[in-house]
Write a protein that binds this ligand. Structure first.
Ligand code: AMP
Ligand code: GLY
Length: 425
C-alpha cells in the first residue's frame, strides 16, 4: 500500500520512521516533509490547504491511506474532503476535530456526558465574562475557545491578571480564537497524557506520556510546544488509566457518535490526576509532538494496520496495540530564541555520531542548504532513547545530544526529572 503522510515536524518524522518499517508499505510519500522524513519517504511540495490538489495527488499516486499529522488540516476539514473522495484517512472530520478546535465544545460535551473536568462558564462577551469570574476562586483559568498555537491559556492569580487576560482575548489577541472564552476552575495534581485510537466505535489505548511544556529547567519560563517527553507516564497507573478510559475517553467517543459526528483517529487526552481521580484538561485531535517521538519507539509490531483499521472502521478486527515495557525519553533541541523568534540557518552536525549511540534522531525544523543540515524552525531535533528506566533512557538520550553539533541551539538538561526523582526515591 502507498501512504501519504502530511506534516513536517518531529511527530511526522517519528510516524514516518515507524510506518517505513511496515511490511505492508509499498511507498511512503510525505508533504511537505523535512530532511529527516526524506530518509523514509518521498517528499512533495503539496499544499494541504489545497484539498483538490491533495485528492488529485492521492489518485495519481494510488494512495491507500492518508495520515494527517497536525491539527490545522483536520480543523480545516481535509479529512472530510478525502473521505468524500473515497480515500481512507487517519484523522477526524472537521466536526469531530472540534474536540481540539473549540474548548467550549469539549466542555459542553463533558457536561452532557458527565465526564470529569473542571467547572466552567463559556462566554462570548466581556460583560458576561466579568459576571462569571465572580463565581470562581483564584487562581482561575481563562482559555481562548479556538486554536491559539498552544498559547491560549492564562492561569490568572489575581483579579487584575484575569481582567488583563480577558481584555487581551476579547481585543483579538488570539484573533478569532478569542471571540469566545472559557473560564474554568483551577485543578491541582500532576498532568499526564493518554493516547487512544478509535474508529468511532472501537477504542484502544496506545500509551501514555508526560511532556515538559516550559522552556526552562525546573519547568519554568514561557510555554512551548514541548521541550521533551517520556513514556510511559508511570503516575498514570494501570488502575488510573482504566478509569480515564472508562470515565473520560469511552464516554467521549460515545457522545461524539450519538451527536452524529463520530470521532475517528487518535484522541489525545490531557489529564489532571487530582485527588478525586483523572479529570480532562483538554483534548487534541492528533498525536502529540514530542509525545509521538516517545510513543512510536514503544509500539511493538506494525503501526500501519492500526492506522488503516482506525481509518476504515475495522479496529475491532486487528490486534490492539502492544507497547514494550521499556521507557522512551526524548530531548528537544530548539533554536536559540525559541519559543520567541528562533535563530535560523545555524549548522547542525554530528547526527551520524549521535545515531551511532543507539538513539533515534527525529528532525523537526531542519532544512538542507548546500549539502549542510541547518536549523529552519523553533524545535529542530528530538533525540530519543529507550531504556529500562527514565534514568537509563535519559543518560542515553543526553549522550546522543552531546554528540550533536548545534551551536545556535539549546535544550533542557532535566527532561524526565520528576520521574527520575521517583526512581531514585
Ligand atoms: P491546555 O491548552 O488546555 O492544555 O492548557 C495548557 C496548560 O494549562 C495545561 O497543560 C495545564 O498545565 C494548564 N491548565 C489548563 N487548564 C487547567 C485547569 N483547569 N487547572 C489547572 N491547570 C490547567
Ligand atoms: N506536546 C503537546 C502537544 O503536542 O500538543
Amino acid at each position: 500500500m502507498n501512504v501519504l503522510l502530511l506534516g513536517s515536524g518531529g511527530r511526522e518524522h517519528a510516524l514516518a520512521w515507524k510506518l517505513a518499517q511496515s511490511p505492508l508499505l509499498d511507498r511512503l510519500h510525505a508533504a511537505p516533509g523535512n530532511p529527516g522524513i526524506a530518509d523514509h519517504a518521498t517528499c512533495h511540495a503539496l499544499d494541504a490547504t489545497d484539498h483538490a490538489a491533495v485528492v488529485a495527488f492521492c489518485a495519481d499516486q494510488a494512495i491507500g491511506l492518508v495520515v494527517i499529522g497536525p491539527e490545522a488540516p483536520l480543523v480545516d476539514g481535509l479529512g472530510d474532503t478525502l473521505r468524500a473522495a473515497g480515500i481512507p484517512v487517519f484523522g477526524p472530520s472537521r466536526a469531530a476535530a472540534q474536540l481540539e478546535g473549540s474548548k467550549g465544545f469539549t466542555k459542553d460535551l463533558c457536561a452532557r456526558a458527565g465526564i470529569p473536568t473542571a467547572g466552567y462558564v463559556r462566554c462570548t462577551d466581556r460583560a458576561a465574562a466579568d459576571a462569571a469570574l465572580a463565581g470562581f476562586a483564584l487562581p482561575v483559568v481563562i482559555k481562548a475557545d479556538g486554536l491559539a498555537a498552544g498559547k491560549g491559556v492564562v492561569i490568572a492569580t489575581s483579579a487584575t491578571e484575569a481582567a488583563a487576560a480577558l481584555d487581551m482575548m476579547f481585543d483579538g489577541g488570539f484573533g478569532a480564537a478569542g471571540a469566545a472564552v472559557v473560564i474554568e476552575a483551577f485543578l491541582t495534581g500532576e498532568e499526564a497524557s493518554l493516547f487512544a485510537l478509535t474508529d468511532g466505535v472501537t477504542t484502544v489505548a496506545i500509551g501514555s506520556a508526560q511532556d515538559h511544556k516550559r522552556v526552562g529547567e525546573g519547568d519554568t519560563g514561557p510555554n512551548t510546544g514541548g521541550m521533551g517527553a517520556y513514556s510511559p507516564a508511570r503516575v498514570l497507573t494501570p488502575a488510573l488509566e482504566a478509569r480515564a478510559m472508562a470515565e473520560i475517553i469511552l464516554p467521549t467517543v460515545r457522545a461524539m457518535a450519538d451527536a452524529g459526528t463520530p470521532y475517528s483517529g487518535v484522541l489525545y487526552a490531557g489529564l489532571m490526576l487530582t485527588e478525586s481521580g483523572p479529570q480532562l484538561i483538554e483534548y487534541n485531535a492528533r498525536f502529540g509532538d514530542p509525545e509521538t517521538q516517545v510513543l512510536m519507539p514503544r509500539i511493538e509490531g506494525d503501526l500501519l494496520p492500526l492506522l488503516l483499521a482506525t481509518a476504515t472502521g475495522t479496529l475491532a478486527d486487528v490486534h490492539p496495540p502492544r507497547l514494550v515495557d521499556d521507557v522512551a525519553l526524548t530531548v528537544v533541541l530548539a533554536a536559540d530564541g525559541y519559543p520567541g523568534v528562533p535563530a535560523r540557518g545555524g549548522a547542525i552536525t554530528g547526527l551520524d555520531v549521535a545515531a551511532a549511540t543507539g538513539a533515534l534522531i527525529f528532525q523537526a525544523g531542519t532544512a538542507e542548504a548546500d549539502g549542510q543540515l541547518i536549523a529552519a524552525g523553533g524545535r529542530v531535533l528530538a533525540v530519543t532513547a529507550t531504556g529500562a528506566s527514565v534514568t537509563a533512557a535519559r543518560a542515553m538520550a543526553y549522550a546522543a545530544v552531546d554528540a550533536v553539533g548545534f551551536s545556535t541551539g539549546f535544550c533542557r538538561r532535566d527532561i524526565g526529572w520528576r520521574e527520575a526523582a521517583r526512581e531514585t526515591g
